[in-house]
Ligand binder design. Structure first.
Ligand code: URA
Length: 211
């Protein structure tokens, strides 16, 4: 199975270009994050388990498939992942949402692990981890370690932008995780930002960018 998928599509490219634009308002930014998440969802959910069922149409009985219960757990890496998590949850009614709160120290880039709230049965679920940015990979590695410790074996990560350094870190430490990304960018700068990137995704989503 392919474990890194960059989803190339003109609608996604259009939205990413708008996200990058420093003139894009917070309201527009959130909307484009939602739209990209929807556009990535087909790829991100393609390995979810399904159960065969019979369904009665107005004309006859036929066979179909429904998402197997318990449904997936969408795991938001807070705070930037929350909009993506809510958007996916609207598409997958069987899903629950777990939260892992991680804050990156601006200078050392070390991770402050401040909150975790995951469903008790998460070990029985396929997990879809959402974070707009895969930069150093420090936060994602910590989140993946928590999920592995909780017994999760099937994990898909969904990012809007990723850089080669972060991808390399995740694929070497977690070789079975499937990464679905809208765009692989060029590099990481010495402050841990993706280049050319879009700035701080959390600040732009929540309007806390005062730079
Ligand atoms: N997190 C962000 O929000 N932006 C980056 O460029 C890197 C990490």
């Amino acid at each position: 199975m392919k474990l890194l998928t960059e989803v190339n599509n003109p609608l996604i490219t259009d939205r990413i270009t708008r996200l990058r634009d420093v003139q894009t308002s917070g309201r527009e930014f959130r909307q484009f994050v939602k739209e990209i998440t929807i556009l990535l969802a087909t790829e991100a959910t393609k390995n979810l388990p399904v159960t065969d069922v019979e369904v009665e149409t107005p004309l006859r009985v036929t066979s179909g498939q429904l998402i197997t219960k318990p449904g997936p757990c969408i795991v938001s890496i807070m705070r930037a992942g929350n909009v993506m998590a809510e958007t996916l949850r609207d598409l997958i009614s069987e899903a629950s949402i777990g939260f892992i709160g991680l804050a990156r120290q601006p200078v050392t880039l070390e991770i402050d692990d401040y909150y975790t709230n995951l469903p008790n049965d998460i070990g029985d679920r396929h997990c879809i981890v959402v974070d707009p940015m895969l930069a150093t990979g420090n936060s994602l590695c910590l989140a993946l370690r928590k999920l592995a410790d909780a017994g999760v074996s099937q994990i898909t990560v969904v990012n809007i932008l990723a850089c080669p350094e972060g991808i390399q870190r995740i694929t070497s430490e977690y070789p079975t995780v499937h990464i679905v990304v809208a765009k692989i960018d060029e590099a990481l700068n010495d402050k841990g930002y993706i280049l050319p990137g879009l700035g701080d995704a959390g600040d732009r989503i929540y309007g806390t960018d005062d730079h």
